[in-house]
Design a protein around this ligand. Structure first.
Ligand code: SF4
Length: 503
């Protein structure tokens, strides 16, 4: 018999090697790598998601007639060795994995790989689109995807007459105290409790409350809920940030706004991007969803998500170690649970602790922005985010953190650093009104740390940014700052307080 080895981010009967497997010919191998799981400080909800979804798929496959060898072993390699010793399979086959390191490992241990259908654009297709020059842009890739996949197209023209509805989709947070869509939830069962009992003591964060799908059926329920209740309002407030209520499950769901909360299911394979996009297309054609909302969401799935996935394979392994700004500061204690007076950071970290998820602007413009301004190691931030978020993994975090958010690749992904002071956070959130700091001040004890560090960051790297025409305006303003010396003195104090966990 052959063995089909299924990993914890490929948990779908319709993916790659498993799609073609038959109980009479193929045995399934799944391995919980206990030592690897305990080696990092993972969020409990991240570990629970993956392990519960693995165990549920194993049970479903057994019900479908497969012999499933489900192992707990120190490492993946230990699990494979034990499986081979016990079952002596003719061949071991896996779907192309989602991590560069795992792919290299499979090549070393003679595991055959089947082409993955987990993304709509395979790296081979991306390579032929990008051509030999390697000169490509996200917007061009996105339009190519729209055209070749046929999403939101009226003939050869974009639906609604435009490719891009960002202008409608970047609004400030509403102040009307409205309620936001309630997330679909699952009841935890005996399998969930068994998984929680097995989690290592190194794991942190609150226990799950059923927000995250751990089966295909639960993931499809969340997709339906998103299409019917959330997508019509997706878009206008996708960059807005609101303070949470003290009760996570109150009716307001301010922490959720109109985000899909589907990334966890997509990133472990419970949902496939094509079926998500098909559902969006159908809802738009049925007149259920405005074109700006449908376009804003599709842009994230077939544009950015597929773009960074392909860049990951194109630029690994050197991409993950790049540190263009020579940022070496360790993670701030505030990221690891120390109390902080910065309301935006406190809200975001509390959200991570509660549910292992905050949306992209909280990740990009609060956490990664502060880390970049302060000179925190991009590798430390990427590792921390990959372990802390329910949808985290290396292929997500290297492009988004090392590339886009912290500009550690010197502009491969983002033409200029996504650096912002307190004014941006004040405009796009309701955080600053209840903060101990003042976003309009950059010096003195009440100055917003983001505002102080922003100008210190620009000054610190002024020589490097000189050649970047997109940095001309901030450099011009920097030279006219009347209080730059005071700003830089205050920045030293801010960085000291940040390191001490007293900011
Ligand atoms: Fe964050 Fe500064 Fe606003 Fe406080 S004032 S919430 S630190 S941006």
């Amino acid at each position: 018999m052959n063995t089909v080895w299924v990993f914890g981010d490929q948990l779908n009967r319709h993916i790659g090697a498993l799609a073609h497997a038959e109980p009479a010919r193929d045995r399934v191998l799944m391995v919980e790598a206990v030592q690897q799981i305990a080696s990092k400080r993972y969020h409990r909800q991240r570990l629970h998601l993956v392990l519960a979804a693995m165990r549920r798929l194993a049970s479903e496959l057994a019900t479908a007639g497969f012999e499933v060898d489900y192992r707990r072993a120190p490492t993946l390699l230990d699990g494979l060795a034990a499986h081979r010793a016990e079952h002596r399979p003719d061949r071991v086959v896996a779907t192309e994995p989602l991590s560069w390191g795992l792919r290299r490992m499979l090549e070393r241990v003679d595991v055959e790989m089947v082409r993955s259908n987990q993304f709509l654009c395979h790296p081979e297709e991306f390579a032929s689109w990008a051509g030999a020059t390697g000169r490509f842009r996200l917007e061009e890739f996105y339009r190519w995807q729209r055209q070749r996949l046929g999403y939101l197209m009226d003939g050869d023209q974009p639906a609604g007459g435009r490719w891009n509805f960002d202008a409608e989709n970047r609004q400030r947070p509403p102040r009307d105290g409205r309620n936001w869509p309630a997330p679909v939830r699952s009841q935890l069962d005996d399998l969930d409790q068994a998984v929680l009992a097995d989690l290592p003591t190194s794991a942190f964060g609150a226990d799950p409350i059923g927000l995250w799908a751990t089966s295909r059926r639960a993931a499809l329920a969340r997709l339906r809920g998103f299409i019917e209740e959330v997508l019509p309002g997706f878009g206008p407030y996708e960059d807005a940030m609101l303070r949470s209520d003290s009760d996570l499950l109150s009716g307001t769901n301010r922490w959720r706004l109109s985000h899909s909360m589907l990334s966890h299911a997509l990133n472990i394979g419970l949902l496939l991007p094509g079926e998500v996009c098909d559902a969006v297309e159908d809802a738009y054609r049925a007149g259920h969803v405005p074109v700006a909302s449908a376009e804003g969401f599709l842009r994230q799935v077939i544009g950015w998500r597929e773009y960074v996935w392909n860049l990951y394979w194109r630029w690994m392994p050197d991409w993950r170690t790049m540190n263009e700004l020579d940022a070496r500061r360790p993670l701030p204690p505030a990221f690891l649970g120390a109390p902080t007076h910065m309301r935006c950071v406190a809200e975001t970290i509390a959200g991570i602790d509660d549910r292992a998820w905050v949306h992209h602007i909280q990740r990009l413009m609060v956490l990664a922005n502060l880390a970049m301004l302060a000179g925190v190691s991009p590798q430390a931030v990427a590792r921390w985010m990959a372990a802390s978020f329910v949808d985290g993994s290396e292929w997500v975090m290297v492009p988004n953190v090392v590339g886009m958010a912290m500009w550690a690749d010197g502009g491969r992904v983002a033409t200029k650093p996504y650096a912002a002071g307190g004014a941006y956070i004040n405009r796009m959130s309701d955080y600053c009104g209840s903060c101990a700091y003042d976003p309009k001040q950059r010096t003195g004890p009440s100055a917003c740390p983001f505002s102080t560090l922003y100008w210190d960051f620009i000054a610190r790297h002024a020589d490097r940014f000189e050649a970047n025409h997109r940095m001309r305006q901030p450099l011009h303003t920097l030279r006219r700052l009347p209080d730059l010396a005071e700003v830089r003195t205050r920045a030293e104090e801010v960085l000291h307080l940040l390191d001490e966990g007293r900011l």
